[in-house]
Write a protein that binds this ligand. Structure first.
Ligand SMILES: Cc1cc2nc3c(=O)[nH]c(=O)nc-3n(C[C@H](O)[C@H](O)[C@H](O)COP(=O)(O)OP(=O)(O)OC[C@H]3O[C@@H](n4cnc5c(N)ncnc54)[C@H](O)[C@@H]3O)c2cc1C
Ligand code: SF4
Length: 477
């Protein structure tokens, strides 16, 4: 078993200033930071070779025009860079912060491929749009003219919000329904504030409201309002509800107190950062302070849990994953960040059962990787006789999410779903088999990425506007 190093808080922020020059010593921090950030962004942007085969662009789900905004940034033309960047991306500063760039744009930069280190595309994108906010270039949507058609969007996550923004730009009337009290979906209550500051999300919600989007919060479709009523109230409906059903653990003791769901743990922590009082935190149930925390899972949600537990002052934090490091689904960059903060990873380790109620330990079985399964991934197999007990007084289940059963919950058997329970929709437009009903984001793709939800929202909105235009043209004939 690996020894637990001291937990420490490491701020890992690329492109932060690392030193102060003599000639700027007398200025205050913000000003110094701004100068370094500009210099760094320009320096990074000027490293782009304008290679002419922009793999970065083709590997960005939004096909952002990266070489163009890098060229404009390199020459100090930031407002133009912002205009190019926001033309394809509704939330560039959010993607700049939380896209797994190593798997997308940056991982495919030709400079990276030639071994000289990628242009830090995400950081430059974040910098351009943060500057645009500071300078007042980001303004609420003002459509050239209003249209009479309305769209109801179920779900205020990045998919629903991107669609809302794009539809308002075309003058469509938009109402967003969401069961939470705050909009943003997983941007608000899933992803921790140390990766994505909450004011960065909230200023976008304000901007959308000021641009004419109506939000109906604390409104659970299927309980407070029926899907049929929403359909009847609008010319089109977009389902953007994400996936929230937690994959569960089995084994003796798995229902003991102290074994909690990742989504509850992260939502609680995010609520605290808004200043909310959360009873489960006050009672200690969702508070890692002073505890031996074991997180089960190897994806990005698990990484967010371990890093949140470190910040809450856990005594120790361990992560159990049944495959090895090379086969984990989470980002390598985040895993490294977690290790630097003192999190210990137990690779090839899976829970077999739990001791105590409240939980006091996890019975762990050692695994090895066997033959590849139908998907080509090597299946984990138990090594008999190698079990051990891992002390734990808080166990967080981070095994992934599945879609809720929408046809049943909403009494809509016509709503077609795949065998995984995701809503069946065309990937390019979001159109489902139900007339005027579209679906986007995680509820179609399964647990995915913010940037894909934004792409779906953008493309679906364009398809709906095309449909409205065609209907209007036919009516005018
Ligand atoms: C912990 C965690 C960390 C993540 N980190 C990253 C990351 O770093 N980078 C990244 O790219 N992706 C990350 N992801 C994935 C990313 O957050 C999702 O892919 C993305 O948010 C999906 O967007 P969405 O709009 O489809 O759904 P969501 O963001 O899930 O939003 C769905 C919304 O629908 C609402 N809703 C659901 N059902 C109903 C109903 N019946 N009635 C009314 N409203 C309803 C919900 O309240 C929610 O607000 C992370 C996910 C998790 C769980
Ligand atoms: S949206 Fe994401 S993938 Fe696309 S350029 Fe920005 S950081 Fe890279």
């Amino acid at each position: 078993m690996a020894k637990q190093p001291m937990l420490k808080f490491v701020t890992v922020e690329r492109d932060m200033p690392t030193k102060r020059d003599a000639d700027v010593r007398n200025k205050d921090f913000d000003e110094i930071y701004a100068e370094y950030a500009t210099a760094k962004a320009e320096e990074q942007a000027s490293r782009c070779s304008q290679c002419g085969v922009p793999y970065c662009q083709s590997h960005c789900p939004l096909h952002n025009n990266i070489p163009d905004w890098l060229r404009l940034t390199a020459t100090g033309r930031l407002e133009e860079a912002y205009n190019v960047s926001q033309a394809t991306n509704t939330f560039p500063e959010i993607c700049g912060r939380i896209c797994p760039q190593d798997r997308l744009c940056e991982g495919n930069c030709v400079i990276e491929q030639s071994g000289h280190g990628t242009v830090t595309i995400g950081s430059v994108e974040k910098y351009i749009t943060d500057t645009a906010w500071e300078k007042g270039w980001v303004q609420p949507v003002q459509p050239n003219s209003e249209r009479s058609e309305s769209v109801g969007i179920i779900g205020a996550g990045p998919g629903g919000l991107a669609a809302a923004d794009r539809l308002r730009r075309a003058g469509v009337q938009v109402t967003v329904y969401d069961r939470y009290d705050r909009a943003g979906g997983l941007l608000t209550y899933g992803i921790p504030g140390f990766k994505l500051e909450k004011d960065v999300v909230m200023r976008r919600i304000d901007q959308l409201e000021q641009g004419g989007v109506t939000f109906k919060m604390n409104c659970t479709v299927g309980e407070d309002i029926s899907f049929a009523d929403i359909r009847a109230a609008h010319d089109a409906v977009i389902i953007a509800t994400g996936v929230y059903k937690t994959r569960d653990l089995s084994g003796p003791g798995s229902d003991a107190a102290g074994i909690v769901r990742a989504i509850d743990y992260l939502t609680c922590s995010n609520r605290l950062s808004f200043g909310d009082t959360v009873a489960e935190f006050e009672s200690g149930e969702l508070n890692a302070a002073g505890k031996k925390v074991v997180v089960i899972g190897g994806g990005d949600t698990a990484m967010d849990c371990v890093r949140t537990a470190v910040r809450q002052g856990a005594e120790s934090v361990k992560c159990l994953y049944r495959r090895d490091r090379a086969n984990m689904p989470g980002s390598q960059r985040e895993t490294q960040n977690a290790e630097e903060e003192g999190v210990v990873f137990e690779w090839l380790a899976a829970p077999k059962g739990f001791e105590g109620n409240p939980v006091s330990g996890v019975q762990v079985q050692r695994m090895r990787l066997g033959q590849p399964d139908a998907s080509g991934r090597q299946s984990p197999e138990v090594i008999e006789g190698a079990d051990y007990l891992e002390d734990a007084d808080l166990v967080i289940k981070a095994l992934g999410f599945e879609p809720e059963d929408l046809p049943t919950l909403w009494g809509e058997p016509e709503l077609e779903v795949t065998r995984w329970g995701t809503v069946k929709a065309e990937f390019t437009t979001g159109a489902t088999a139900m007339d005027g009903v579209y679906a986007i984001g995680d509820i179609v793709r399964g647990a995915s990425l913010v940037v894909w939800a934004i792409k779906d929202g953008r493309d679906c909105a364009d398809a709906i506007v095309d449909r409205f235009n065609n209907t209007a043209a036919v009516a005018a004939e």
